[in-house]
Design a protein around this ligand. Structure first.
Ligand code: SAM
Length: 295
């Protein structure tokens, strides 16, 4: 069900039946989502997203709590609030933070909350229009926001719509390098997405290899979209890159084509093997490590 994109914008009914479901999710799909958070948070840190040691951090649609565990490990937190429509999920997420040194509790109703940091992970695609409206209200009451979603076209374009609605109220910390309208929304072909590197065990551990095969998961590709917003000047880009590489490079025998986004919109850049051999090789071998091209 988590990998089903055919539902459109209808809400998905509660599916958590037991702690065993949550534990199984956390061990595989949750871990893969954690690797996406690691990539997104590394970029946030690079772009000046400040630490959160004094902050109340709300994980909205927490599931097993993977997003807030990754966030707190990297940026800290004073208190974690776990919210989900599933009471089982909230309890699991709170328990998963025990021993982390961060106080955590479940909150059933977020209508009156104004968190310092709002985290949303793989939730947008499960919301209907009313759910998205409530989420936008919650974003509007938050000081900082990090959203990580699957890199599917439909959800990435939905996230771009949320981004465009929030620009002005918030500064976009990452991944955008400009505050103009998202150019992907100008053409139905486009969507803003990236690929996170899996942890080494995804390739080296026999159990990991087997379970990914059984679930039909591509071990190499962890597609994601993300958005980090902040109101304060303390979270300042340092310095803002001129562009951001998006999507997958298109490799030819001698030329690799790369889509980049900058203040003028989307364009395709070419990297020639003959003149930029090291970069050409890196784009082939380790494409997720390349966020921008040299001028
Ligand atoms: C795919 S899971 C993602 C869980 C977790 N955030 C993660 O990244 O692993 C989506 C979660 O959103 C929750 N959810 C869906 N709609 C919701 C809503 N309207 N309000 C609160 N939680 C919601 C589901 O119960 C589920 O736990």
């Amino acid at each position: 069900m988590f990998v089903d994109d055919a539902r459109g914008e209808r809400a998905l009914a509660d599916y958590w039946r037991s702690d065993a479901d949550l534990a199984a999710y956390d061990a595989v799909l949750g871990a893969r989502i954690g690797w996406k958070w690691d990539a997104a948070l590394a970029e946030c840190a690079e772009r000046g997203f400040a630490r959160a040691d004094a902050d109340v951090v709300l994980d909205h649609g927490c599931g097993s709590g993977i997003a807030v565990r990754r966030f707190a490990a990297r940026f800290g937190a004073r208190e974690v609030l776990c919210h989900d429509r599933s009471a089982k999920a909230m309890a699991f997420a709170v328990r998963s933070l025990q021993g982390s040194g961060v106080a955590a509790r479940a909150v059933r109703d977020v209508a009156s909350l104004s968190p310092d940091v709002l985290l949303v992970s793989h939730v947008l695609g499960e919301l209907d229009a009313e759910g998205e409206r409530a989420l936008r209200d919650l974003i509007g009451r938050s000081r900082r926001v990090v959203i990580v979603e699957p890199g599917s076209k439909a959800v990435a374009r939905r996230l771009a719509g949320v981004r465009d609605a929030m620009v002005g109220t918030f500064r976009v910390i990452a991944p955008c390098v400009h505050a103009g309208r998202c150019p992907t929304l100008g053409n139905e072909r486009d969507w803003c997405h990236f690929f996170a590197p899996p942890a080494p065990e995804a390739f080296t551990d026999g159990d990991w290899v087997r379970v990914q095969r059984e679930l039909g998961l591509d071990a190499r590709a962890l597609p994601y979209s993300f958005l980090a917003l902040a109101r304060e000047a303390a979270d300042a880009p340092s310095p803002a890159p001129v562009h951001r590489v998006i999507g997958r490079p298109d490799h030819g025998a001698h030329v690799t084509k790369v889509q980049v986004c900058d203040g003028n919109g989307l364009r395709t850049a070419e990297v020639h093997k003959r003149t930029h051999a090291a970069l050409w090789r890196a784009l082939k071998k380790d494409p997720e490590s390349i966020r921008s091209l040299p001028r």
